[in-house]
Design a protein around this ligand. Structure first.
Ligand SMILES: NC(=O)c1ccc[n+]([C@@H]2O[C@H](COP(=O)([O-])OP(=O)(O)OC[C@H]3O[C@@H](n4cnc5c(N)ncnc54)[C@H](OP(=O)(O)O)[C@@H]3O)[C@@H](O)[C@H]2O)c1
Length: 492
């Protein structure tokens, strides 16, 4: 049974790509499930001059593009909670219009002063909006909550992230700031904690005595598409590693939290990130590799994409080895990789256990295949589920072992909430579990900045990988030089 939450959502960037592709659909799902219903209102803002009706049409169109056969009356009722104010976020004086509208809707829908400010716009505006919300008295003061939701990217290095955080902190406390990392809204990323802390068979073995290495892969099959302007200034390291991958790695590496509460989970993630070894120049050079995709047939390589300089040194692929200097993980590397134009679009985690110390089945005439490592694979998307590879007798005459997979894949017809639906729900509840805290963001930047520093002084050999592969040869060599292999290989 859903609990209805009361709040005003003030959405900055209400006409943008994220809002129209994801946010209205997410809010609609919350509405039909009763998580928001009678006591919510949305004020959409952007510079475009819409009236309420035009805005509602945009909302209805957005939902209809994601939901087949949405009930017309329900959708109209939902859209009737949406209001629009044309507003330039740099115009301080105009915030009074937003304040008056918020006060009016607060009374109309009995919202009890609860306000969510969702910044779905370019990050260079985050600071100015936060400042104006406070100085122009848009924050509620009658005992309701004020929460700020911000999208990525959070800075482009530690220094800029800190400056942004200082700007936000002048208006909002840390527990009021919800930094979105939509990977944390994914079902199977949240399942990492359930698998680890809900199962003795995993958590008892979750350390360097029994785990040989852990592999995290975030693969995209598309190229840079229309995002060249943003992407060429960012690259895969900043776009994917600093946030999504570091968040996943910290969930895999952390100690068990005292309780399943946001403050306790964040404390453990921060501790894990603090023990991540920040590389010096020599270590960064050998433990991280980068790539940029080649042209293929008529398809452009990265340097031929519209908006990308023909001599761009921006990486579209990263692979790396991460080492934690703590008792649990010392000697067990975490390998990560992500890139564009790879062999498929998928995210997975492979936890590779050590082989038994002695293979008693490997007597010379047995014909048995040598024992393989047990592997726990967490399929994050598109399939959601996990598998555990174990060695078992193969049923033939004689005694031969072979690896078999114990597999659970979530039923596709089950209504598993999409990340944005979960995350907006969490904001309504005030639960920061699935958002990045400032400390996590800061430590992640400190690690990534070191790699970037080394890469900025070394000339890359770009382009260096074929579209449709799993990246440059160097990414495989990163593991083979450690006598290991990626569990996911091409043509599997
Ligand atoms: N799109 C995605 O899938 C995605 C995924 C992850 C994260 N994000 C993040 O989400 C945020 C929004 O991305 P987006 O793709 O939706 O951007 P977008 O399509 O460029 O939309 C930007 C929005 O901001 C408004 N805007 C721009 N300048 C403004 C100003 N001075 N005052 C008021 N409104 C202004 C725009 O409307 P007007 O021009 O009419 O003012 C528009 O509604 C960014 O931080 C992005 O990095 C996006």
């Amino acid at each position: 049974m859903a609990t209805e939450r009361r709040a005003l959502i003030m959405l900055f960037g209400a006409t943008g790509d994220l809002a129209t592709r994801k946010l209205y659909f997410a809010m609609y799902n919350l509405y039909i499930k009763g998580n928001i219903h009678d006591h919510f209102a949305v004020i959409g803002t952007a510079r475009n001059k819409f009236n309420d009706e035009q805005f509602r049409e945009l909302v209805i169109k957005s939902v209809n593009s994601s939901v087949k056969n949405a009930d017309k009356k329900t959708l109209n009722d939902f859209a009737s909670h949406f209001y629009y104010e044309a507003h330039d976020v740099t115009d301080s004086a105009h915030y009074s219009v937003l304040r008056d509208k918020a006060d009016e809707l607060d009374k109309k829908y009995d919202l009890q002063g609860n306000r969510i400010f969702y910044l779905s716009m370019a990050p260079n505006f985050f600071g100015v909006v936060a400042k104006n919300l406070k100085t122009q008295n848009v924050l509620s003061t009658n005992g309701g909550f004020n929460r700020l939701v911000i999208e990525k990217p959070f800075g482009r290095d530690f220094a800029s992230a800190k400056a942004l955080n200082d700007a936000l902190s002048a208006s909002f406390n840390e527990d009021q700031i919800f930094r979105i990392d939509h990977y944390l809204g994914k079902e199977m990323i949240q399942n990492i904690e359930a698998l680890r802390f809900g199962n003795t068979i995993f958590e008892a073995l979750w350390n360097n005595r029994y785990i040989d290495n852990i592999q995290v892969t975030l693969a995209e099959d598309l190229g840079v598409e229309e995002r060249a302007g943003y992407y060429d200034n960012s690259g895969a390291l900043r776009d994917m590693v600093q946030n999504h991958i570091m968040q996943i790695v910290s969930l895999l590496a952390m100690e068990q939290p005292v309780a399943f509460k946001d403050v306790d989970i964040r404390a453990e993630k921060v501790k894990a990130l603090r023990s991540l070894r920040v590389y010096n120049v020599a270590e960064a050079s050998v433990n991280f590799v980068r790539g940029q995709y080649d042209p293929e047939g008529k398809n452009p390589g990265y340097r031929q994409e519209a908006g990308v300089p023909s001599d761009s040194r921006t990486e579209t692929f990263v692979a790396g080895k991460l080492l934690f200097d703590n008792y649990r993980w010392s000697g067990t590397p975490f390998y990560i990789r992500t890139g564009k134009k790879l062999a498929g679009k998928f995210t997975r985690v492979d936890v590779v256990f050590k082989k038994p110390l002695i293979d008693i089945f490997a007597f010379p005439q047995s014909g048995s295949t040598p024992l393989t490592e047990n592997v726990l694979t967490i399929f994050v998307d598109p399939a959601q589920g996990f598998s555990l590879r174990v060695n078992a007798k193969n049923g033939d005459q004689g005694f031969h072992t072979e690896p078999v997979d114990l597999k659970f894949i979530e039923d596709k017809t089950r209504d598993v909430p999409q990340p944005y639906e979960r995350l907006i729900h969490d904001v309504l509840k005030g639960d920061g579990t699935n958002f990045s805290s400032w400390q996590e963001v800061g430590y992640a930047w400190k690690f990534v900045d070191q790699i970037r520093r080394v890469w900025d002084i070394q000339q890359p050999m770009f382009p260096n990988y074929q579209p449709g592969t799993m990246g440059p040869v160097a990414a495989d060599e990163l593991l083979t030089k450690d006598h290991r292999q990626w569990i996911y290989k091409l043509n599997q």
